[in-house]
Design a protein. Sequence first.
Lengths: 404, 341
Amino acid sequence: MFEFSDSDWSASLIRLLLAGTFLFAWMSASTDAVEINIGYLRGTGPKPTLSLIQTPANNDGIAGARLAIDDNNTTGRFLNQQFSLEDFPLGGSADPVAVAIALAERGISLVITDLPADALLKAADAEAPRKLLLFNVGAIDDRLREGDCRANVIHVAPTRSMLADALAQYLVWKQWRRWLLVVGSHAEDKLYGDALRRSAKRFGARIVQEKVFEDTGGARRTDSGVVQIQRQLPVFTQGVPAYDVLVAADESEVFASYLPYRTWDPRPVAGSAGLVPTSWDGSHDQWGAVQLQDRFMKQFSRRMSARDLQAWTAVRMIGESSSRTRSSDPKVILDFLKGPDFALAAFKGQRLTLRDWNLQLRQPILLSDGRMIVSVSPQEGFLHQVSELDTLGIDRPESQCRLK
Amino acid sequence: MTAKTSPGRFLRRRSFHFAGTRNWLLAVGVFVLVGAQASAFTAYVSNEKSNTISVVDTDKFTVVKTIKVGQRPRGIELTKDGKFILVAVGDDDTIQVIDVRTHEIVATLPSGPDPELFTQDHAGKILYVANENDNTVTIIDLERRVPLGEVQVGVEPEGMGLSPDGKILVATSETSNMAHFIDTEMHRIVANVLVDARPRFAEFKRDASEVWVSAEIGGTVSIIDPVKHEVKKKITFDIPGLRKEAIQAVGISITRDGKTGFVALGPANRIAVINATTHEVQKYLLVGQRVWHMAFTPDEKYLLTTNGVSNDVSVIDIANLRVIKTIQVGELPWGIAISQQ
């Protein structure tokens, strides 16, 4: 049942704790609670969006972490564990290495990070006085789980390839196999375009034509409004081979949200607008999710975003492993999360587990139209020998990650 | 008589004594009237989506009546005197009380917000309700219909199991992954036992030697020693050809003699039959899709299961451990209770 090596002392300790009983008597009030302090390292300000209602809140992400701290503490009352969160907003020119060292000096070794890929790697590689265990809740770059994977970075956010696969499985199931792919001109748009191309090939969709939407600059909000857009978009999508669905890769929020209802041919839009793959949506209400949505709404007076959910999940992963192992040691926690006994319930209808080869959290992906959840991937019929969740994203045999 | 479902109106006019004896003569009369079908029991199935209860005759195994109730009916039980159906209607934040003879909603109970599962004490006087939205267990006086108190538990309480002597209530909390042992006299937690992810149901053996707690996301059943408060064994399920994630343990029923346990496995569409002495899985019975909960007929000849996705109830012949019948009910059936007469 257990796969830990016999020589590893701390693994033996976990085994002892796990194999034994899970009894923890009600602690008397006089006993000091074990403090588990979690850091939250986040980059500056959210990116602008085309749609006003999609502009992230200032506490996007960290609100989810705070809710999970409360949830952990409700459980912690019975186990004599007290969780807290310390926010470390990273200023524009601030050095992630310096902040990582500062965190370690404050005795914090479990850190939720919402940083771009390069800053995340710097923080992970910082020569800190104690080793940090980072939980990436923001960066969806596949390279962080592949060539640039790190043994001290757990990825809670899904990857671009997982999101693209989740969408592709549904489109193929729907028999919308002919795609018109429109990719933005920024680096991350191209990466998403790559992921969508890979998914199309993997699941048997065909890209009938590919177009680039050049970002020529300009404001996202203008007094003149949508008059020009209404004329430009039909022309932009005119004269292409027959297709079933327009798939847009626009992480930069330049054009995708302008596409629905404006294509030359009446076709649905998916990808960065229309039907969007995401780890969470404020409308998700299956598998008891209403309870989490209600708790979040009550506390923050807004709907829960994907980033909020990812941060909630990360803090719950810490809560779950420290309640099972009775430890806040990052090594013990990492070993538990990688092991066969970790299973997180996160309102997705099945257990979430960790891919031990690159520390990516396995998770179903929701497909949202902005108002409702249309479907949840993996789709029925996409089979896998280990877990159907591994039909989403880069799988073990293809992985370039070699954790040290 | 046409059912007019206005609980307030009935509350003003009539008073009900759940455990009282005033109505026993009437009850006997009704029993004589339906005496022709004396061998048949009645099963009540809550349909989460259609906001109804399907009334099933367990002799003919057919739906004989459909009762309209509040929004999102899930947990369902009969009062100990068999006169009323109690159904938790979560989206209406209450538990409705339905007269089994008239099928009318005659009262509502102050259950606290979003009630899902509940259990009664053995005298039928006290109701324990899990309130998922505010991490509490609410204790209600059934006769006076007033709350007696509440106990703070872990995140999202759900399963409720009462010990045979009524002294200990086990409440499971879905996000804390714990079984809380609550002293029913003191209204105080005496122990917390960690189980696998998303525990949903707790059931004591009749001899109080064990309490079984199912974990939906973990896919296991923990057998807990209720004296030592220790998990003494964990039942796992391995069904060839079925992915691990689809095996989600939910409802539990154990025979009166404590020899056989049945565990509903949700989207695995199966009931696991367990030797309750050795805790080995004996057999898997294929039922409808996404099986939630179960109830025995009082003679323990049959076990009826609610199958959420396929909108039906499967009937298991206990002696032969075979599924003998499927009954179409309302949309997304969830809970089930069977009358003792």
